[in-house]
Design a protein around this ligand. Sequence first.
Ligand SMILES: [Zn+2]
Length: 351
Amino acid sequence: MNKTHDASRDFTSADGRQFKVSYRRIHGKTPGPTLTLIAGQHGMEHIGPVMLKNLAHELTKTDFAGTVNICACANPLALEKDYEFYPEKEDISKIDDYFYSIFRHDYCIFGMERQKGVNLYNMNRLWNRSAIHGTAGAITDWLWQEIVSPANLTIDFHCLQAEKPLIFNWNSKNLPIAAAFGAEAIYPHRAVDEFNQGNLAFQACREPEKFAFCVEFSRQHGYKDEFEFGRQGVLNVMKTIGMLPGTVQLERDVYQVNEDVPWHKLESSAVGHIHYHVKQYDAVKQGDPVLSISSLENFEVLECLRAPVDGILGLLGKRPVSGTGAPLAHILECTRLATAGVPLEKFPLPA
Ligand SMILES: [Zn+2]
């Protein structure tokens, strides 16, 4: 058994809820880098928290070099409500009458949609700030000092609504480590303004020798069986940075979506069922058929959409029927970072 240290802090929200946030520090048997894993900042994203609680038990009994810090549930009140943030100064009871729909994904019952700008209840915009904003800000302030600031590498776990997991990355220096996690696509991300710069994975790799990225599982408001993917991803990263022995060999290629290149939208005005001919993140060549649209009124194929460039099939539309004007899919120009079956280079971090 490794030496472990469980730490908690008590918090009280503006509406009087008392609760704890906890993390576990696991010391490996030999010196090595410090890896920090955080999940559960957004309350509708539960796969990371469950995966990290299991992993905390496993790593307590695993021989490794260095130190692992795990905070599985950074935002317990938001997780309890299955809501993105805990709006401690609003009418919380509104959440109980609310039903999420994937077709109005960006809707917020408190009028704090992301496109409307600054929302200081959003925990993942409150990292490494000089001012503390609410209870969420008090939590990030504590976790930053305790487990993020001392880490060589921080991985932040979230969930999207997508077909497959992906990684968001704010700095190209992280790519050799992020590729080893095994998500098939790594999307470059920009912290477009001061508010968005409060993102954990942006802040945690600002110093030259610090690394960070964000893993997005692919189901919000529920579970999808991606626990083994997440577990294996962390173990792959630990091998890559020198905390576990062995080399990483992935079963699927990993691509970085090219920065500063627009996504090529596949659109159609024809109304019909969508038949995808390739899977998400499969490589396609210019001219390859990507999807076709079949009539709702007869057996005709109305249109076949082909890849306008070489790339991979990116994020898909949410609806089963075309003709709404929304893109049906995107072809992304990309760079292959890892090839299936070929051992990856190690990228050791200092002890
Ligand atoms: Zn999130």
